[in-house]
Design a protein around this ligand. Sequence first.
Ligand code: PXL
Length: 285
Amino acid sequence: MEYKRVLTIQDISCFGQCSGTVALPIISACGHECCIIPSAVLSTHTGGFEGFTFCDLTEELPKIMKHWVDTDIMFDCVYTGYLGSVKQIEYVAQIMNSCLIDGGLRIVDPAMADNGKLYTGFDEKYVEAMKWLCAQADVILPNITEACLLTDTEYPDVVDQAFVNKLLSDLDQLCGGCVILTGVSFQEGKTGVMIYESGFCSYYEHDYLAPGSHGTGDIFASAFVGGMMNDIGAVNAACVAADFTVNCIRGTRDDEDHWYGVKFEPQIPTLIEMLKESEEETAEE
Ligand code: PXL
């Protein structure tokens, strides 16, 4: 496996196990250098805490980029998660254009909504800017809610195969790269991930563990990025990331005091094991 350098751009929520504090350890554990541009620093994430602090770092983004361009610091992959504003999205696109090596990967998790609703603080203008960023990405990782927002589709009461097919085709029109659609459930007790790449569609179904916990989208995306950097391909990376995320939720859900996030750390050895197996299988093919 080649050692890669990944840049993740997202916030640091100092407490709460999401975004930057999840991406850094997971991508590092997958064997790669993980650098971060924190888009903001919050005392906690915004999902369930009151009175959190928020320090916006938008104007740091172009300054950091300029220093890196002057110093010739380049990346194999830029992976973006939760961002705070339209301006940040514009800066992120500039960073991707300036700091990626030739053939470097742009992976965009349009983290802005779930369960049919935008997260606190996001609006229609942000959604429009996120469509623009996704159009430049090699891989996008929306959940069903985000996919609906990105394609101007009404959030459905029931998800069926015809609905998902139309959503994927609209996302493909938008992005043109690889689409990883999460939270695709066709039966009770199960959910899954749909991978659409070069006209081919794969579905990986796994257990649905209620209630869905905070930060699981970031855990999935970070493990997916780790898998992609290990060259196992989008389908295998999505399957490994899904299994890892399910393990993390399973290891947390009996602990009521841990409502704010999931305990991903104890599952890291199994993530490394799964990646190794997948790499060996990929090498045999
Ligand atoms: O997990 C996404 C996320 C990241 N960062 C912050 C959040 C959220 C989701 O609510 O509030 C600050």
